[in-house]
Write a protein that binds this ligand. Structure first.
Ligand SMILES: [Zn+2]
Length: 616
């Protein structure tokens, strides 16, 4: 596991890529009576950038859960507020009392022993450094902080509807990321996250009756017990009221924990793999589902290991958190759920995020489609296999979502910041559905095997980094030998749509002429299927000129003819079939339907339609 990290750093040095590094050591005291906590944080920050830094920023996410916060204001003004955050016609945040709000405030902050000036701007802490950090320099921040856990509104919080006491994500002062684009000190408005890679050492002191799960390997399991002790260990009786849990997490960009006095803790040791932990409320209504989810988590882990790349950590925990599902380093928080299928589906999706977010640390706020979309893609593939769904097109829902978004007229380019979409619908479909289609359609363009090879290479080349859109495109280019800039730019930076049609099919003596038209602005290569009256089939392939390459025959059982390249600017394109018109039953553009053509009606020509027309 650690040699992987080392090799990443070595290869990173061979290019212009750099990333910052953090080492957190935190000690936290949690009061389970009033849900307030205090902590100390020693943060060693390494500036691997080529720039001198005079300022740094921290995220103070819990400050979002206060009336009048930016998150509250956005909720109250968006047309389709998230139902989880909305009650009685108002944002739930606006209705929180003093004892129910969340907050996180530093009470002291020093840099290498010298006090620094800092100010809070909502969920962002702005720190003017006592002395600049030079390129390659290291500095140590020592902070004391106090916090209050909000009543659960979204993702984080206490006393959620499943009755889980503490879901602690985004709970600590978290240094903002600085990368080649500069600072990413986004206010917490709705969604999602970007963090600095590094190592965490966390000591959590909490009521001894609480079972804790989350990011990080427990360092003192035989002292703690709660199902973490080595089998057969006699866990010593605790004299005081609290226990101090000591966790370490290497190479992560986030640290989450959850705790409840009624958690059941099951674990499953995978052969040659991580230990899986399951923590859920001791309530008969959850027992069945949370028992069934365990072997499926192992199957899903194996599926992703095989198809994407080896999971690099020693453990993964599926924890009941009470609010949909959200991915974290080495863990997920998911709702207990009344429906077995939705708990299993959520587990698969959140586990897939271990690859597409927690190892490939994309900036989710800027490239939400790489995080949610790629996760949706691989989790659909995984579900199809391990739940034996046997769908011909496991991404059908994603395509339908995308077509719905196009029809709605509210589509925005995927390059939009996650917080800046016109409404939640436009964000959700763009990130999840159109993001999944990015990959499944890339499979249409370069071929399915090349797509899976692209994903494996992408994981290998960019694990423990912050890949950006160009990285997945360049990886696909290297694997396929094609040029794909047009695909990335049209699909993710514009709302151009794909619409090709079969305009006309005409007899030409003993041959047949087919005329195609490009109606949409987005270019694509075309697979064309010809079905003859005698049952024979063949395919034709019209490569896109600017792609400068050809995929392998996706239908090796059928004869394929590669036609001349189609130059994009030409709206019309024609070819000749060496068979008479009477012998042809149907012609179809893209029989796989993996090309997201917004008008499928004009993709098919059938001989029957011609028979009704007068013949000359
Ligand atoms: Zn997700």
């Amino acid at each position: 596991m650690f040699f992987l990290v080392a090799s990443t750093l070595v290869s990173a040095q061979n290019t212009s890529y750099w990333q910052q590094h953090v080492d957190y050591a935190m000690e936290v005291d949690m009061n389970v009576e009033n849900f307030q906590y205090t902590g100390t944080q020693k943060l060693v920050y390494t500036n691997n950038s080529p720039n001198e830094l005079i300022r740094v920023y921290y995220h103070l996410y819990f400050n979002a859960f206060q009336p009048g916060s930016e998150m509250d204001m956005r909720l109250n003004s968006i047309a389709d507020p998230d139902g989880r955050m909305w009650v009685d016609g108002k944002s739930r945040i606006s209705q929180l009392s003093e004892s129910e709000i969340g907050y996180l405030h530093p009470t002291s902050l020093a840099q290498d022993g010298n006090p620094v000036n800092y100010s809070e701007e909502g969920t962002v802490l702005v720190v003017e450094l006592a002395k600049p950090i030079p390129p390659g320099g290291k500095t140590t921040f020592q902070m004391e902080f106090k916090g209050q856990v909000p009543v659960q509104i979204r993702r984080s919080g206490r006393n959620n509807k499943d009755g889980v006491a503490l879901s602690m994500s985004q709970w600590y002062p978290k240094l903002a990321e600085y990368d080649f684009e500069g600072w990413h000190a986004d206010p917490y408005i709705a969604r999602e996250f970007h963090g600095v890679w590094g190592d965490f050492d966390v000591k959590l002191t909490i009521d001894k009756n609480y079972t804790v799960g989350g990011t990080g390997y427990l360092q003192n399991p035989n002292e703690i017990g709660h199902g973490y002790e080595a089998p057969g260990t006699k866990v010593p009786k605790v004299k005081g009221k609290t226990l101090t849990w000591h966790f370490k997490a290497p190479m992560v960009h986030d640290f989450m924990w959850a705790a409840d006095p009624e958690y059941v803790h099951d674990s499953l040791q995978m052969e040659d793999g991580p230990t899986l932990h399951f923590l859920y409320k001791d309530d008969p209504k959850f027992k069945d589902t949370w028992t069934k989810v365990q072997p499926l988590t192992e199957k899903a882990m194996r599926f992703f290991n095989k198809n994407i790349g080896e999971y690099p950590y020693e453990q993964y925990s599926v924890i009941q958190g009470g609010d949909g599902g959200m991915e974290y380093a080495m863990a997920t928080l998911i709702t207990g759920g009344d429906k077995e299928g939705s708990v299993i589906g959520t587990m698969i999706h959140e586990l897939a995020h271990s690859w597409f977010q927690h190892v490939l640390g994309t900036n989710e706020a800027k490239h939400e489609w790489m995080d949610e979309g790629f996760t949706s893609f691989v989790s659909a593939l995984c579900s199809n296999e391990i739940r034996e769904q046997n769908k011909a097109n496991p991404f059908e829902n994603s395509y339908n979502g995308y077509y719905h978004l196009v029809k709605s007229g509210q589509e925005m380019p995927q390059a939009a910041h996650a917080d800046r979409y016109v409404n939640n619908m436009a964000y959700g479909i763009s990130a999840y559905s159109k993001g999944a289609v990015f990959l499944s359609q890339l499979g249409y363009v370069i071929g399915q095997e090349k797509l899976m090879e692209t994903l494996r290479k992408y994981y290998e080349d960019f694990k423990f980094k912050h890949p950006v859109p160009n990285d997945i495109k360049r990886t696909a280019e290297k694997v396929s030998g094609m040029e794909l800039d047009w695909y990335l730019t049209d699909w993710t930076q514009t709302t151009n749509t794909i619409d090709y049609s079969i305009k006309e099919v005409a007899a030409d003596g003993a041959k047949t002429k087919v005329f195609l038209e490009r109606i949409g602005l987005m270019p694509m290569p075309l697979d064309i299927l010809i079905v003859y009256n005698d049952g024979a089939q063949e395919t034709l392939y019209a490569p896109l000129r600017m792609m400068r390459g050809e995929k392998e025959n996706p239908y090796p059982q059928l004869k394929r003819t590669v036609l001349e390249d189609w130059p994009w600017a030409s709206q019309n394109y024609g070819f000749t079939i060496d068979k008479p018109l009477e012998s042809i039953k149907a012609i179809m553009i893209d029989p796989s339907q993996l090309m997201a053509d917004v008008n499928q009606e004009n993709n098919v020509w059938r001989a029957e339609t011609l028979e009704t027309m007068p013949k000359d």
